[in-house]
Design a protein around this ligand. Structure first.
Ligand SMILES: Cc1cc2nc3c(=O)[nH]c(=O)nc-3n(C[C@H](O)[C@H](O)[C@H](O)COP(=O)(O)O)c2cc1C
Length: 441
């Protein structure tokens, strides 16, 4: 059986680009609230045949440290609202919204995704996150966020309920027969009656089954609990990428094994590592572009980002001293995998705080020319470390445009990236079958 073609997702977290101070280099920073800015983004990605857009999201403003307000770009449009608008300005590209399963109810989410899927003729998707910061908890009636394990338990039940609501109507339940006056066929409605640990949801959903049956589900959980959930339920998983080919292959195999153990096919779970390129005309030009971008980032922001990932305040530490830290992997309750990545880095060699903060920022980006960057992607895809990539452009709109103009053609010429969209729905373009309703048989 031939390998499914390479796929790309175009992701955005900071509206100005994935580099936290990318907003200083790209478009007019106030344009992030304009539909024109996002239309250009979506249409550029669509011209590069990206399978989907992906809007990352959190439910708070990063004001834990003063620098977050003074320098960060932590404000953004609400994903479903923006994607609904973009659904009318694009025709092929998928539209993935980030959804917190900790601060939403499954009925709301099933309904919004089904609506977006109908409006876009089968292009909706969701990125399930469990939310990891106390700031988010405080916006939703809690002082601290739920324990990591409970968040994932709730997330797993959330997925079951959403899928159950979507399956509540058979695909042909609505007959719309004007002559008889019959609108829907009651025998094709299955009321969910869910009563679980975290949710009690009767159903049915007040919208027909989505065009895609189940809009694809993306996840990025990297902890044991996160991987377990992805193996059982996700259609694609975003991984942090970076690292060596061998570590990418190990992670890839781990997710595939989990999908197989859950009774699914290995190709049913796509593994999409993060790819955040700095694209130069030459290696020296690429390094220069990175240096220019890094110089736009005040050191305070770099240190505060690291402090955020570690869940402490490093404001009193001397940046030139060797950095030491007592890791508490068991007790840490934000993103456990990000925390571990920093511990692994420190285990390799000593760093000053300044060096560590710089390295944590630097590791997010891959610096190169179109040739070396394309070769990197080809190597990962052809050697079992990736089914595709999530492009997190460090600066917008220029990095995305350069990627589409200079890297996409190299991948197509190499024969691994399609010259056209495979179909009209996101499932078709990801090479995923449409799930039958659970009652259809
Ligand atoms: C590419 C990528 C995108 C992510 N997007 C979001 C996001 O939009 N919102 C969010 O709260 N977390 C986001 N995360 C964080 C993950 O959902 C998850 O919390 C993190 O990978 C840690 O996983 P763990 O909690 O299983 O350790 C993202 C992670 C990755 C790698």
């Amino acid at each position: 059986m031939s390998r499914p073609p390479l796929v790309f997702a175009a992701g955005v977290f900071y509206p100005g680009g994935e580099h936290i101070t990318g907003w200083r280099s790209g478009a007019d920073a106030s344009s992030y609230l304009d539909l024109d800015y996002w239309t250009r983004f979506a249409q550029t990605a669509e011209s590069g045949r990206f399978a989907t857009l992906f809007l990352a999201d959190e439910l708070y403003v990063w004001d834990r440290f003063r620098s977050g307000i003074e320098h960060g770009t932590n404000v953004r449009l609400e994903p479903f609202t923006l994607l609904s608008a973009l659904s009318q300005l694009t025709t092929k590209i998928g539209l993935a919204a980030t959804v917190s399963t900790t601060y939403n109810e499954p009925y709301h989410v099933a309904r919004k995704l089904a609506s977006l899927d109908h409006l876009s003729h089968g292009r909706a998707a969701w990125n399930l996150v469990t939310s990891a910061s106390d700031e988010e908890a405080r916006n939703f009636g809690r002082d601290t966020h739920l324990d990591h394990g409970i968040r994932y338990e709730r997330g797993a039940e959330f997925v079951d309920v959403v899928n159950g609501l979507w399956d509540g109507w058979d695909d042909d339940a609505f007959v719309f027969d004007k002559s008889s006056g019959r609108y829907a066929d009651r025998s094709k409605l299955h009321v969910l009656e869910h009563r679980g640990e975290h949710f009690a949801v009767r159903g049915p959903l007040n919208i027909p089954r989505p065009v895609q049956g189940h809009p694809p589900l993306f996840q990025a959980g990297a902890s044991e609990a996160g991987r377990a959930l992805a193996g059982r339920t996700a259609d694609a998983v975003f991984t942090l990428g970076g690292g060596s080919l061998a570590s990418g292959q190990k992670l890839y195999d781990d997710y595939k094994r989990r999908a197989l153990a859950a009774g699914r096919g290995a190709d049913d779970l796509k593994v999409l590592p993060w790819f955040s390129p700095i694209i130069g005309d030459t290696e020296a030009d690429a390094e220069e572009r990175f240096r220019e971008l890094a110089e736009l980032t005040p050191e305070r922001v770099q240190v505060d980002l690291l402090a955020h990932y570690l869940g402490v305040d490093l404001g009193e530490r001397d940046v030139d001293e060797t950095f030491t830290f007592d890791f508490d992997h068991e007790g840490f309750n934000q993103s456990k995998s990000g925390y571990k990545a920093i511990a692994d880095l420190l285990a390799q060699r000593p760093y000053t705080l300044r060096e560590l903060a710089w390295e944590v920022l630097r590791r997010r980006f891959t610096v190169g020319t179109p040739d070396t960057l394309a070769a990197h992607l080809i190597e990962r895809y052809e050697n079992g470390a990736a089914d595709g990539f999530i492009l997190m452009a460090p600066t917008l709109p220029d990095t995305l445009t350069r990627f589409v103009e200079h890297i996409v053609p190299r991948l197509t010429d190499h024969g691994i990236y399609p010259g056209e969209y495979a179909g009209d729905t996101l499932r078709e373009n990801l090479g995923l079958a449409r799930p039958a309703g659970r009652y259809a048989a």
